[in-house]
Ligand binder design. Structure first.
Ligand code: ASP
Length: 313
């Protein structure tokens, strides 16, 4: 048994561990852990207090995948609900669909009685406003937001999101990812989080992987799937992650500061690897023999050899 994820998953991992320790499924464990991070008001990259799009609307993305069946649920650009990960999981059984976005996702969340919430907080509003002030950008109107989006977006902020992967007592693996996405994004923008294969993938025959970082890159590289595919092809989990980062390198423009990609993954036997293009990055883990979850260093894998410190997490 093990539960692990991005460093910001740390506050949720002990509750997830308790679920698998008492015999609940990996799906229950990853959902439990991610819900705690979605409620964490200190984290402005996930759930409540997540930073808004260019119009000031918080749009949440999430996905969950059961490695045993490869069943999955994904939700994109969800407005006004506290727990997108639970909405994504509910979709798995409510409909024969795997992804709902925007108005359809909102209507579905309403129909299943998901918890509504005003996601903005005083702190997240102020952080969001501060960038308009700093760059002297006017608040755009809907339908006239391209110029403001391009002025406000910063690659330094395309690094947040929570990843959690668990292997339960039966050896079943599940993965969950949740995010408020890229702050000041154009309304309706989806990153890799809800795109199965890009930001999240679990296949119990080989392992699981989840990503944080510049989602436009991991969508183009199908990064989470490529980690799992590399394991299928015979590499160990660490090499599978390293190759998946290097596969993105030709698309990672060295001229863009703060372009990042980070991956957590495990093999079918629960061997964990975590890599990042960010020097000094960590991941969080709880496993047998630990009395609480802790952070450990990731392997630094730069996009380009010779690349030094390229950003913050
Ligand atoms: N991957 C996320 C996205 O592209 C962002 C992040 O990890 O911060 O929406």
């Amino acid at each position: 048994m093990i539960i692990f994820g991005s460093a910001n998953a740390l506050p949720g991992l002990d509750a997830g561990w308790e679920r698998i320790e008492r015999g609940d499924s990996a799906m229950d464990a990853v959902e439990t852990a991610v819900r705690i991070i979605e409620d964490n008001l200190e984290d402005h990259t996930v759930g409540s207090s997540g930073l808004a799009n260019v119009l000031g609307e918080v749009e949440l993305d999430a996905s969950i995948m059961d490695g045993t069946t490869r069943a999955t649920g994904a939700i994109g650009a969800l407005h006004g609900y506290a727990h997108p990960i639970s909405v994504a999981r509910a979709l798995m059984t409510a409909l024969p669909h795997v992804m709902l976005v925007g108005a359809g996702a909102d209507a579905f969340a309403h129909e299943i009685g998901a918890e509504k919430r005003d996601l903005a907080t005083a702190a997240s509003r102020e952080l969001w406003e501060a960038r308009f002030r700093a760059l002297a950008v006017e608040h755009p109107e809907p339908g006239k937001a391209v110029a403001a989006t391009n002025a406000l977006l910063t690659y330094a902020h395309a690094a947040g999101t929570v990843n959690v992967i668990a292997v339960d007592a039966r050896g079943h693996v599940a993965s969950a990812v949740s995010t408020s996405g890229w702050p000041w994004k154009y309304p309706g923008r989806l990153g890799d989080t809800p795109v199965i294969g890009a930001g999240n993938y679990a296949d119990g025959r080989h392992g699981a992987a989840a990503c944080t970082g510049f989602g436009e890159l991991s969508i183009r590289g199908v990064t989470a799937y490529s980690v799992v595919r590399n394991m299928h092809d015979g590499t160990d989990v660490l090499e599978a992650c390293r190759l998946a980062i290097l596969d993105l390198a030709p698309m990672a423009d060295p001229a863009i500061d703060n372009l990042t990609m980070s991956i957590v993954a495990c093999s079918r036997s629960g061997e964990v690897a975590a890599v990042s293009t960010i020097p000094g990055a960590e991941y969080a883990v709880r496993e047998e023999g630990m009395d609480r979850a802790a952070c450990r260093p990731r392997l630094h894998v730069p996009f380009h050899s010779g690349e030094m410190a390229n950003g913050q997490g």
